[in-house]
Design a protein around this ligand. Structure first.
Ligand code: T4K
Length: 369
């Protein structure tokens, strides 16, 4: 049997995409905010239920440029989680800011608001929480802290495309939220990303930054870069958006089958959607308690690999433990994140993952020891 990867991009029918890009062959308008870009932007604003969207080349640049657009004081501190993909911490550091690592909650693995207060100093400028695996952070508590101390809040919402909390788009919380449309995501445009925001000034700054700061043929107003989404990616996004609700529904059945088969395995914590959240079923992480399960996550990972099942240790190591950060920033202050990163394993999930394959994966987890 061929290897089972952790993710596999969903594609529209080839004819649908060809139809969508046909006019580009006529117009030759391939990038720099053309018609597809504008159309995709509008469609996303309504699908994501957010006031405004700025499209970017990928989720990382969306995050990096949002922090840049906010003009946070040089060297100031950003309270964040180390239990995330490299991008979150890199975006802080690449802006000349200092990450301050806060621990996460045991239940949903998002930043623990009760631990934020003691990390705030007169150098703190922002909070950068992550809605990890589609679990939405405690947005109310974070909002209260931000208001009290006058801090910006940028949510890394890379995992929460299309989710709502009490029917409100997840991108409505904080000052800005960034989404990733990478090929491995529940929704994608090959590469792509977006910032959801409310404040027009932030939108204008982002628009300038993603296009070298150019406002007109003879006017450059900020030190920008090139982080625009091109027309071919926008066109694929438009196609995939037509099918996103079906995609989420199919993934839901995959998640439910995993849960059905793994919920009663001692020492395995399954992934369940949060209350009041319209979940997108993008990820299916399990946690392995070695004391109860009888072997640790790494041993299970190897047993799965021997069968060609390429589960992934998202997110291990913690970003605070990366070689490039180890000696630079304080670490070892996040015991819950540390424990969970040693226990977590993300199982394969994509539409088209067959029932018998899910059952085989569950069989290895249930019976293999
Ligand atoms: N914030 C958070 C919390 C994130 O998780 C991410 C990205 C970002 C920010 C930044 O967003 P982007 O700048 O990426 O838009 C993957 C993705 O590349 C990355 O987007 C994602 N998070 C992260 C969690 O996963 P890798 O390095 O693990 O990907 P890779 O190449 O090992 O791919 C995983 C598996 O997917 C492969 O084994 C096979 C399959 N695959 C992959 C690609 C690229 C395919 O079937 N087709 C493909 O084209 O990071």
């Amino acid at each position: 049997m061929a290897d089972i990867f952790v993710a596999r991009p969903s594609m529209p029918e080839l004819e649908e995409y060809i139809d969508e890009i046909k006019d580009l062959w006529e117009t030759r308008r391939l990038t720099n905010m053309g018609d597809k870009h504008r159309e995709f932007q509008g469609l996303l604003e309504s699908y994501l239920k957010v006031p405004h969207i700025e499209l970017l080349v990928n989720g990382h640049m969306a995050l990096e440029m949002t922090l840049q657009a906010m003009e946070l004081p040089e060297g100031s501190e950003v309270i964040t989680t180390p239990f995330t993909f490299a991008s979150t911490t890199h975006a802080i550091v690449r802006n000349g800011l200092t990450p301050v690592f806060c621990d996460i909650k045991e239940d949903d693995m998002t930043i623990d608001p009760e631990k934020i207060g003691s990390l705030i100093t007169d150098r703190t400028s922002a909070i950068l929480p992550v809605h990890v695996y589609g679990n939405i952070c405690d947005v109310q508590a974070i909002g209260r802290i931000a208001d009290e101390y006058g801090l910006k809040v940028v949510y890394d919402a890379a995992h929460t495309f299309g989710e709502t909390y009490y029917d409100e788009g997840v991108g409505c919380f904080g000052d800005a939220s960034i989404f990733s449309f990478h090929a491995t995501k529940v929704f994608h445009s090959v590469e792509g990303g977006a910032v959801a925001y409310r404040d027009d000034a932030l939108g204008a700054a982002l628009y300038n930054l993603k296009n070298f700061g150019i406002r007109g043929p003879e006017s450059v107003v900020s030190v920008g870069a090139n982080a625009k989404m091109n027309e071919l990616c926008a066109a694929l996004g438009i196609c995939n958006l037509r099918h996103i609700d079906d995609e989420i529904e199919i993934r839901k059945t995959v998640c439910e089958r995993y849960t059905e088969q793994l919920a009663d395995v001692n020492g395995v914590t399954v992934h369940r959607p949060q209350a009041h959240v319209r979940a997108n079923y993008a990820y299916y992480p399990v946690r392995i308690d070695p004391e109860v399960y009888g072997e640790d996550r790494d041993a299970l990972y190897m047993r799965l690999l021997e069968k060609g099942i390429r589960a992934r240790k998202y997110f291990y190591p913690l970003t605070s433990d990366y070689e490039c950060y180890r000696e630079k920033f304080e670490r070892g202050t996040t015991p819950v994140a540390d424990k969970i990163s040693r226990q977590v394993l993300k199982l394969p999930i994509y539409s088209g993952l067959e029932e018998q394959t899910i059952d085989m994966i569950c069989g290895v987890i249930r019976n293999g020891r």
